[in-house]
Design a protein around this ligand. Structure first.
Ligand SMILES: Cc1cc2nc3c(=O)[nH]c(=O)nc-3n(C[C@H](O)[C@H](O)[C@H](O)COP(=O)(O)OP(=O)(O)OC[C@H]3O[C@@H](n4cnc5c(N)ncnc54)[C@H](O)[C@@H]3O)c2cc1C
Length: 445
C-alpha cells in the first residue's frame, strides 16, 4: 500500500518482514500483526481452509462441532463480530486499519456485517497467499478441459440451454435452444439458482416454498470496475524510492489511505455512487513476463463499483471511459510513469459487462450471489441445495452459488463431485485432501 507521502506498508509472506514495514507507523500494530498472522494461519490451516472442501454440515450439527473444541469456539466468536470491529480491535493506526480491512473485504464481504466474521481470518490469510497462473488465468481452464478430453469427456461451448428435462420429479437430461437433447443419468448445474430452477427446471416442477426461497436469493451489493492496460513500461511507484519492494508487490492497494476514506467509498457504493477512488491493481507481466511482448507490460485496475450507477446500470455505457480515466489518473499519483505516454491500450470492463458476458453473474455479481449470513455455509444458496443435491432428484448444484461459495477455489465443484459419486454409486478416482483428513481426525470437521 503506497502512500502519497512516499511511505508504504508492505504485506510480505514472511510476517516478520511485514512487521518491520508496519513498525514505521506503529510498534503496537507491528507486534499485533505477527500475533494475528500466526493465529489466523492456524485457523486457516486447521479448519477454515479444509472446510472449503467438505460438504456443508447442517447448522445445528456444525455449531455443536465448533463448540466442542477450543479452536472452534475461538472461530465462532469471530463470526459474531463485523470485519471492521475485528480489524479495529487488533490495530490502532489508520493506514494499517485501512489496508487490513481492505484485505478482509476486497472479495465482497461487507465491512459492517455481523455473522460472517469467521471469513475475516481466511481472507486476511489469503492476502499474503495469492497465486498467479503462468501464462494467464485462461491456462487453468485449458488444462482442466484437457483432463476432460483425456478422459473421454466433451465440452460444448457457446450453447444456450432451453430446459433441464425433468420426468417424474427427476432430472434426466438437457435440451439446448436449437432443440438438441442430451439424455443423462444426472445433471450438474454450475450456474445460479434463478436460472437453474426458475428458467430451466420450471416452477411447475417445484414446490411453492422452494420457488419462494429461490426468489429470495440475493446478488452481491457491489460489483467490479476493471481497467485492463497494455503498458510500455512496468509501473515505478514513488514509494519504491524508500522501499524498492513496492515495485515487486503482487497487488497494490491505492487511493484510500485511511479507514475513514475506505468506508466512505464503500458506503457510497451502497447508494449507487463512486466517490474518491480507491482500488487494487496488479501488473501480471512483472511476475510472469510471458504475459506481454518482450519488455512490455500488462496491468489491471480493479475497483469495487455499484451495478446501478446513479440508480441506473445504463449509466455505465455513458461514463465508463470517464471512470477509467479517473482510476488511471489516481494510479499516476502513486506511480508517475503511468501516464498517456506509457499507456498503449486499455479495455474497460464495467459491472454491466460482467453481467453481459456471464449470465450467471447477474448484476455483475462475480461470486454468483452475495455473501450474507442467510446464504452462506449450510444456507448457500438455501438449506435444500447446499449439499449439492437439490429437491429435483438427480439434479445437482455445483457452482459458486452453492457451498463453499465463489472465487477460484474449486470448493463447490469438488464437494459436488463427492455428492454425485456417493449418490450415483461411482468410484471416486480422487483422494481427499490431506488437510481435510487432518481436520476430521482433530474432530473439527
Ligand atoms: C472481473 C472478475 C474478476 C475476478 N477475479 C477473481 C480473482 O482474481 N480470483 C478469484 O479467485 N476469483 C475471481 N473472480 C471470481 C471467480 O471468477 C468466480 O467466483 C468463479 O469463476 C465462479 O466459478 P463457477 O464455475 O461457479 O462459475 P463461472 O465461472 O461463472 O462459470 C459458469 C459458466 O456457465 C456459463 N453460463 C451461465 N449461464 C448459462 C446459461 N444459461 N447457458 C449456458 N451457459 C451458461 C457462463 O458463461 C460460465 O462460463 C472474479 C470474477 C470476475 C467477474
Amino acid at each position: 500500500m503506497p502512500l502519497k507521502d512516499g511511505r508504504s506498508i508492505c504485506l510480505y509472506q514472511d510476517p516478520e518482514s511485514t512487521a518491520k514495514s508496519i513498525a514505521q507507523f506503529s510498534q503496537h500494530d507491528a507486534k499485533a500483526y505477527v500475533e494475528m498472522y500466526h493465529t489466523f494461519k492456524q485457523y486457516t490451516d486447521l479448519f477454515l481452509g479444509p472446510a472449503t472442501y467438505e460438504r456443508a454440515h447442517p447448522t445445528f450439527e456444525g455449531l455443536v462441532k465448533m463448540q466442542s473444541s477450543e479452536l472452534g469456539r475461538q472461530i465462532t466468536a469471530y463470526s459474531e463480530k463485523t470485519p471492521k470491529t475485528i480489524v479495529n480491535d487488533i490495530f490502532e493506526n489508520e493506514h494499517v486499519r485501512s489496508l487490513i480491512l481492505y484485505a478482509a473485504c476486497m472479495w465482497g464481504l461487507d465491512y459492517d456485517l455481523e455473522g460472517l466474521g469467521y471469513l475475516v481470518p481466511l481472507m486476511i490469510n489469503r492476502a499474503t497467499n495469492y497465486r498467479l497462473s503462468v501464462g494467464g488465468s485462461h491456462r487453468l481452464s485449458h488444462v482442466l478441459s484437457k483432463v476432460v478430453y483425456d478422459n473421454g469427456g466433451m465440452i460444448l461451448g457457446s450453447q444456450l440451454i432451453k430446459r433441464i428435462i425433468v420426468e417424474n420429479g427427476a432430472a434426466c437430461g438437457v435440451e439446448l435452444e436449437d432443440g438438441t437433447v442430451y439424455e443423462a443419468d444426472f445433471v450438474a448445474s454450475t450456474i445460479d439458482p434463478y436460472q437453474t430452477f426458475l428458467n430451466y427446471v420450471g416452477e411447475s416442477n417445484l414446490s411453492n416454498d422452494f420457488v419462494r426461497r429461490t426468489k429470495q436469493y440475493k446478488w452481491e451489493a457491489s460489483s467490479l470496475l476493471g481497467v485492463h492496460m497494455a503498458l510500455e513500461q512496468a509501473p515505478n511507484f514513488a514509494a519504491a524510492e524508500k522501499n524498492p519492494d513496492v515495485n515487486k508487490a503482487f497487488i497494490h492497494f491505492v487511493g484510500c489511505e485511511t479507514q475513514d476514506e475506505l468506508i466512505k467509498h464503500w458506503d457510497l457504493l451502497k447508494r449507487g455512487e463512486v466517490g474518491d477512488v480507491g482500488f487494487n491493481c496488479t501488473f501480471p507481466s512483472v511476475h510472469d513476463p510471458s504475459q506481454a511482448p518482450p519488455g512490455r507490460h500488462t496491468g489491471l485496475i480493479s475497483q469495487h463499483a455499484p451495478y446501478r450507477l446513479h440508480g441506473n446500470p445504463e449509466n455505465w455505457y455513458r461514463e465508463r471511459q470517464e471512470w477509467a480515466e479517473r482510476l488511471i489518473n489516481t494510479l499516476g499519483q502513486y506511480a508517475p510513469n503511468i501516464n498517456e505516454h506509457n499507456l498503449l491500450w486499455r479495455y474497460v470492463s464495467t459491472p454491466v459487462d460482467i453481467e453481459n458476458k456471464f449470465l450467471d453473474m447477474k448484476e455483475g455479481s462475480y461470486k454468483q450471489g452475495g455473501y450474507y449470513p442467510l446464504q452462506m455455509g449450510f444456507f448457500r444458496p438455501n438449506e435444500e441445495c447446499s449439499r449439492h443435491l437439490t429437491p429435483v432428484k438427480n439434479l445437482y448444484l455445483c457452482g459458486a452459488s452453492s457451498f463453499s461459495g465463489g472465487l477460484v477455489l474449486f470448493g463447490p465443484a469438488y464437494n459436488g463431485a463427492n455428492a454425485i459419486a456417493e449418490d450415483q454409486g461411482f468410484e471416486k478416482w480422487w483422494r481427499e485432501p490431506e488437510s481435510v483428513a487432518r481436520a476430521k481426525s482433530l474432530g473439527l470437521l
